[in-house]
Design a binder for this molecule. Structure first.
Ligand SMILES: [Mn+2]
Length: 318
C-alpha cells in the first residue's frame, strides 16, 4: 500500500487534504503532518475543512494554512484522513469529486473504502500512528511533523489510556519525543482550558446521570448542549469512565429539527461501532456516534433497550 500511495503522490502536483467534521486532535494532526510531508516534497497543497479549527489546537504547526472556504479550484489528488465516509467531510465532499484521485487513509472500522487507494487499519490507535509509519518509509520527519503526530496519538488514545494503546504506540511516541516534544505542554494546551461555566455545566450533567437496572449502561440526555471552545463531550466521558463496572457510556444531545446526536463509548466488550451502525452511524469498537431523527425521550428509550441486549446477563464477548 505504501508503494502505491507514494507512486500516486509522486505523479501528482496539486493536493487537497481534508478530514472529518467536528475536528479534533487526530484529524488536525494527520492533516497538518501530511501537509508538511507534501510541502517537503515540493507539492502544491491546500488543507480544506468544513469547520473552523477549535482554538485549543492553534498551537499546531502550520495551523494557519487551513481553509474553510476555497474558490473554484481543482486538484490532482485528494487525501482524506481520519474519515470513514466522504459525507463526513461536510461541504468538502463536493471538491473531492473534482480531484482525479482520492487517497483514503483511516483507522475507523466503519470506513466505507471510498477512495481509489484505501489504506484503512482499524487496529491502529489513530491516523497519526499510521502516518508515523508512512514517514518512516519516506524517511521524512522533523519537529513540526512530530508535534502533529504526537498530538493525534495523544488525543485518540485518551492520553495513552484507551485499549487502542499498545507497544507500537509507545515505541512511536518514544521516537517522536526525540524531537523535543513536551507531553506536559501538549496536555496543558489541550486539556486545562475549561472556564468556570463549563465546569458548572458539567456538574449539572453529572448530577443527571441515568443507569439501567444492572448498572452496565450509564447515560446523560441533554436538551441544550452549550457552545464551548472546549471538547466537553470528552470531559464528560472521562468523568463517567470513573464509574466501576459500567460498560457502555452514552450521551444524547437534542439538536435542532427533531434530531438527536448520540455518542457511544464502551470499556471492554460491547462493540459500539456495531451499535452505532444499527442506528445509521459508525466509528470504532470502543467509540462511535450517530445522529438520528426523533424526540430525545424516544431515542433514549430505543437505544438503551437495544444496548441492553449486549450487556444483560451475559459476560460473553460480543
Ligand atoms: Mn482518529
Amino acid at each position: 500500500m505504501f508503494k502505491k500511495i507514494i507512486e500516486r503522490i509522486s505523479e501528482s502536483k496539486s493536493f487537497i487534504i481534508t478530514a472529518h467534521m467536528n475536528l479534533e486532535g487526530d484529524a488536525l494532526g494527520s492533516e497538518l503532518a501530511m501537509y508538511a510531508i507534501l510541502r517537503k516534497m515540493g507539492k502544491k497543497v491546500v488543507v480544506f475543512n468544513n469547520d473552523p479549527t477549535p482554538h485549543i489546537y492553534s498551537f499546531l504547526p502550520n495551523v494557519k494554512v487551513i481553509k474553510n472556504d476555497i474558490g473554484n479550484q481543482s486538484f490532482d489528488t485528494a487525501i482524506v484522513l481520519d474519515c470513514s465516509d466522504p459525507y463526513r467531510t461536510g461541504k468538502v465532499k463536493d471538491y473531492l469529486g473534482r480531484a482525479k484521485h482520492i487517497i483514503n487513509i483511516d483507522h475507523h472500522i466503519s470506513n466505507t473504502q471510498f477512495g481509489d487507494l484505501n489504506w484503512v487499519e482499524p487496529t491502529q490507535s489513530s491516523t497519526c500512528q499510521m502516518l508515523y509509519k508512512f514517514c518512516e518509509k519516506l524517511k521524512i520527519m522533523d519537529k513540526k511533523i512530530a508535534l502533529c503526530l504526537y498530538t493525534g496519538i495523544f488525543t485518540d488514545t485518551g492520553k495513552f489510556t484507551y485499549s487502542n494503546t499498545n507497544k507500537d504506540t509507545h515505541r512511536i511516541v518514544s521516537n517522536l519525543m526525540k524531537f523535543n516534544i513536551s507531553p506536559n505542554t501538549v496536555f496543558e494546551k489541550i486539556n486545562s482550558l475549561c472556564m468556570p461555566h463549563d465546569l458548572e455545566f458539567i456538574g449539572k450533567l453529572i448530577a443527571s446521570l441515568k443507569f439501567d437496572q444492572n448498572r452496565k449502561i450509564c447515560w446523560i440526555s441533554i436538551e441544550k448542549w452549550i457552545e464551548s471552545e472546549y471538547d466537553l463531550t470528552e470531559v464528560v466521558f472521562s468523568i463517567m469512565r470513573l464509574l466501576k463496572d459500567v460498560e457502555v457510556l452514552l450521551l444524547f444531545k437534542r439538536l435542532d429539527g427533531n434530531k438527536v446526536r448520540i455518542n457511544f463509548r464502551s470499556r471492554s466488550f460491547v462493540d459500539v461501532n456495531r451499535v452505532a451502525k444499527f442506528f445509521g452511524g459508525g466509528g470504532h469498537k470502543r467509540a462511535s456516534g450517530t445522529t438520528v431523527n426523533g424526540s430525545l425521550e424516544n431515542v433514549e428509550k430505543k437505544v438503551v433497550s437495544f444496548i441492553k441486549k449486549y450487556t444483560n446477563g451475559s459476560k460473553k464477548k460480543r
